[in-house]
Design a protein around this ligand. Structure first.
Ligand SMILES: O=C(O)c1ccccc1N[C@@H]1O[C@H](COP(=O)(O)O)[C@@H](O)[C@H]1O
Length: 217
């Protein structure tokens, strides 16, 4: 028998102390957002400094929305990113050119729409499903109907969109994602994390996990 373990990604980091708190609470990855219109945007110079607060076992994720390839390379180099997250309309060829593991995010309108969008991205290391809000690429704090997530997703699934310590248990029970992804649900203001919310989120994930026991034999 082995314990089921949902991975945790905490995103939108702008401060070293928040990255340290996320690592301490048990996050598996921390994300930084290189999309200038976001309230959680971080410059390359700042990210190069604060990302050093991540422990070695925690993956650093660099998030982009329809970036220039040169910008991606510069960021990946500066923060020694482990994973790239693409949250726009990037093609598979674009995503694969960096030779890094990548997460491709999709905004969910319907179950059919998920299948259609994911299909070309078979080479992605994981897919993320986030809420669809017109005109906003992500990080909206809105949830979507988890009933639309297909049961036969072939990729590792990152579930995002309005997760917090009050709803993440239900999300895990219903969807059984590989990773739960959170930004606004652990914040006091955009890009400013709240240590108590970070801890409460991680505890809620572990509580949900404790209700599953996988038979490994
Ligand atoms: O957070 C942002 O500002 C953002 C901007 C553009 C694309 C993606 C963005 N964030 C991603 O969305 C999830 C969910 O955010 P939330 O929990 O609903 O606030 C976040 O974790 C990032 O992966």
């Amino acid at each position: 028998m082995s314990q089921y373990r949902t991975r945790i990604k905490m995103c939108g980091m702008t401060r070293a102390e928040d990255i340290a708190a996320a690592c301490e609470a048990g996050a598996d990855s921390v994300g930084m957002i290189f999309y200038p219109p976001s309230g959680r945007f971080i410059s390359i110079e700042k990210a190069a400094v604060v990302s050093k607060a991540a422990t070695l076992q925690v993956n650093k994720v660099a998030l982009f929305v329809n970036p220039d390839a040169g910008y991606v390379r510069e960021v990946v180099d500066a923060i020694q990113a482990d994973i790239i997250q693409f949250h726009g309309d990037e093609t598979p060829d674009f995503c694969q050119q960096f030779g890094k593991r990548y997460i491709k995010a999709f905004r969910v309108k319907s179950a059919d729409d998920i299948q259609r969008q994911v299909e070309p991205h078979i080479g992605a290391d994981a897919i993320m499903l986030d809420a669809y809000v017109k005109g906003v690429p992500g990080g909206t704090g809105q949830s979507f109907d988890w009933g639309m997530v297909p049961a036969n997703v072939r990729h590792r699934l990152f579930l995002a969109g309005g997760l917090n310590c009050s709803n993440v248990e239900q999300a895990i029970r219903q969807v059984r994602p590989y990773t739960v992804d959170v930004a606004g649900g652990i914040e006091s203001a955009p890009g400013i994390k709240d240590v108590d919310k970070i801890k409460a989120f991680a505890q809620a994930v572990r509580k949900a996990d404790s209700s599953f026991v996988e038979n490994s034999s």
